[in-house]
Every structure is written in structure tokens, then in C-alpha cells.
Ligand binder design. Structure first.
Ligand SMILES: [Zn+2]
Length: 388
């Protein structure tokens, strides 16, 4: 049986916060880590060179999009995602489930999987736990996610229970398929990355008892690591923090914990305080393209008229290329005239803010001053009101 190249080591702890190193087939990732989202194999507006300069150690890519276009067969023939997109560092792929539930038209969920029509051309597809595993094997990411059912918020307790139970049955099938792929060749599936790891996903909406059952069941199936899914979907932040805080103690100490799709900078700090190691979110990149900048003193909307003659950098406390070089007045001008550079410069800044926040968190944990970092972080943000 092929051995996965995956490993994880906690190097420092403070309270429930952990600092560590995650080893993958394409290198190491210092945790807690934030994964920029490169939906189509690219972070919109940036080159990989920009990402390396920002210190990004791992990228997230979306299986749904790459499966539909250019197709996992084409990527496998190019030697896998790393070679195809020219990014030699770690990559995590999601299962495709989230986009099927949020983007695709006319989806039908059965025990077998989820049938959907492509948002591009209306073609019909069936995504099963096995199929999601096969597609990611062909993409060759370093970390593959199991197919889970993504519930909308709010969900009734009985609906959430059925959904959680189905996700657990799907997790068993996805793991069985993964182990079969590691054991022996399967016709029609090219293994682009023999060192690929597979993460299970805890579901259960906002119900602590369902989360507990889901965590126990998922850990019993046995994955290289575990994610907390189904949060950051519209529930109040305090509810999310409570569920995260109730779930992480039920996951193995020696494995990374990944909070999927979260969140704001405040969410990241609070989740780290509850023992989370990995994050991804479209907020820094998507909001950058809409002109919203995250700063150490809150969010600003660069399109506001009040910045028309503001000669200060976007964030005086930031050392990124955008803040070292350009004024708010110029960034606003680029945005209102629709220059492509507006997306690039805003995205550079926002990703730097997120990655820098995580660097600060890792350093603070190493020196045993994460609690004071957390306090100062929230105090700075609350000192001024955000732009609308
Ligand atoms: Zn900056």
C-alpha cells in the first residue's frame, strides 16, 4: 500500500491554540495557516509569483470548477494540478460538493450522491463520494476532501440529523475508495499524486449533539485529518465559535483541524483560540475585487468619495507592496475607472493582511503571548467603526 506523505506535528501550545508544521507531498505548511482560494487554479488578479512573495504556503482549488473545465482527465494528462498550474507547493482541493449545492442548477440528492446540472452548459452529472475521490486523485492535490452534504442555514434539527448521518455514510464510502486507490490501480483513474492525504468533514449544523456524533463517527472512519464544515453559512459569529469550541476537543490532538470557509480576521483569531489549524475563505480576495480592504483598524471601502484626496496608504500598519507604494486616493482612482490593477493591488493587500495575521498568531503562540495578541487584535479593530 502506498504511504501518504502527510504528517503533522504540534510544536507549541498556549491554552487550546496550537502552532505546528503540516507535512505534505509538496512541502511543509506552518500552522495555523490560511489558504488563499484559487478557484480555477489561479487566485484572481494575482500571479503565483505574487503569492510566493506574500508568503502563501498552500493554495485551495475548487474541484467542481476544474472537473467541469478543463476536466480532471485533461489535468491528469498534464501530470496533475501542480504541473498544470505551475505551483510546486501544497494544494488542497475541496470535494466539489459546496459548489454543487451553491452554484449548480436542479440538484437532486439521493443516497448514491448528488445529481446536478452544470451552471455552464446545463449538462447532467452525478457526483458520488467515490467520484469526488477519483476526480481529486486525478487532480493530484496534496489534500483531498470527502464529499459532504452542505446544508443551508438555518436547518431544522431532524433535517440536520438526516443530513449529518448521510454525510457519515458518504465518508465511509469515500475512505473505502481512497484506500482502494492506494492499494491497486483502478481502471480510468490516474493517480497524479501518490502522497495525497484525505480529510474527513464533521457536519451537524448548529446542534452540539449532532456535531459530537458526527465527530465521533468521522474519527472512527479514520482520516489523515479532520475538517469542520457547514459553518460560516450565515449563523451569528458567537454560534460558530461555540460549535467550533465544542467540536475541536472531539478531534485527535495529533491531527490538523480545518475550519472550512471561515471567515473574517476576527473569526480566524477566535477559531485559533479554540484549537483550529487551517483556514480558507474567499473574503480577502472577493472583497478586494469589490473595493473592500481589511486593515488593522477595520474595513475600508476604497470607492468611498472620502478617500478621493487621502494620501495615506490603505493600511499605515501594513508592509505590503500596495501600502508601501500607493495612496488611498490612487487606489480609489484605479477602482472607479475599472483598471485591472485595482483588483491586483487590492487583492495583494487583503491577502497580505490575512497571511500577516496568521504569521502574527504563529509567532505569538511560539512566545506564549497569544492571549495578549488576541486582546490587542480585537481592541484595535473596535477602536474605529468600519465603512459600510
Ligand atoms: Zn497593505
Amino acid at each position: 500500500m502506498l504511504q501518504t506523505a502527510f504528517d503533522f506535528c504540534v510544536t507549541h501550545t498556549e491554552g487550546r491554540a496550537r502552532r505546528g508544521v503540516m507535512k505534505t507531498a509538496h512541502g511543509e505548511v506552518e500552522t495555523p495557516a490560511f489558504m488563499p482560494v484559487g478557484t480555477q487554479g489561479a487566485v484572481k488578479g494575482l500571479t503565483h509569483r505574487d503569492l510566493e512573495a506574500l508568503g502563501a504556503q498552500i493554495l485551495l482549488s475548487n474541484t467542481y470548477h476544474l472537473y467541469l473545465r478543463p476536466g480532471d482527465d485533461l489535468v491528469a494528462r498534464r501530470g496533475g494540478l501542480h504541473r498544470f498550474i505551475g505551483w510546486p507547493k501544497p494544494i488542497l482541493t475541496d470535494s466539489g460538493g459546496y459548489q454543487v449545492f451553491s452554484l449548480a442548477a436542479r440538484r437532486t440528492i439521493t443516497e448514491e450522491g448528488v445529481r446536478f446540472r452544470s451552471h455552464l452548459d446545463g449538462s447532467s452529472h452525478l457526483l458520488t463520494p467515490e467520484k469526488a475521490t477519483d476526480i481529486q486523485a486525478q487532480l493530484g492535490s496534496d489534500i483531498a476532501m470527502v464529499l459532504d452534504e452542505c446544508l443551508a442555514h438555518p436547518a431544522a434539527a431532524d433535517v440536520a440529523r438526516q443530513s449529518m448521518a448521510r454525510t457519515l455514510r458518504w465518508a465511509e464510502r469515500a475512505r473505502a475508495r481512497m484506500l482502494a486507490l492506494r492499494e491497486a490501480p483502478v481502471a480510468g483513474v490516474t493517480i497524479a499524486n501518490p502522497g495525497q492525504a484525505q480529510f474527513g468533514i464533521v457536519q451537524g449544523s448548529v446542534f452540539p449533539d449532532l456535531r459530537e456524533e458526527s465527530a465521533g463517527g468521522t474519527v472512527a472512519v479514520g482520516f489523515e485529518a479532520y475538517a469542520i464544515g457547514g459553518l460560516s453559512v450565515g449563523e451569528p459569529p458567537d454560534v460558530m465559535y461555540d460549535i467550533v469550541g465544542a467540536t475541536t476537543p472531539r478531534l485527535p490532538q495529533g491531527r490538523p483541524r480545518y475550519l472550512m470557509g471561515a471567515g473574517t480576521p476576527e473569526d480566524l483569531v477566535e477559531a485559533v483560540a479554540r484549537g483550529v489549524d487551517l483556514f480558507d475563505c474567499v473574503l480577502p480576495t472577493r472583497n478586494a475585487r469589490n473595493g473592500q480592504l481589511f486593515t488593522s483598524e477595520g474595513r475600508i471601502n476604497i470607492k468611498n468619495a472620502r478617500y478621493a484626496e487621502d494620501d495615506r496608504p490603505a493600511d499605515p500598519g501594513c508592509g505590503c507592496y500596495t501600502c508601501r507604494t500607493f495612496s488611498r486616493a490612487y487606489l480609489r482612482h484605479l477602482f472607479v475607472t475599472g483598471e485591472l490593477n485595482a483588483a491586483t493591488l487590492n487583492t495583494l493587500h487583503n491577502l497580505n493582511f490575512y497571511l500577516d495575521t496568521l504569521r502574527g498568531i504563529r509567532e505569538a503562540i511560539a512566545f506564549g503571548r497569544f492571549e495578549s495578541f488576541r486582546l490587542a487584535f480585537h481592541q484595535r479593530l473596535s477602536r474605529r467603526s468600519h465603512d459600510s
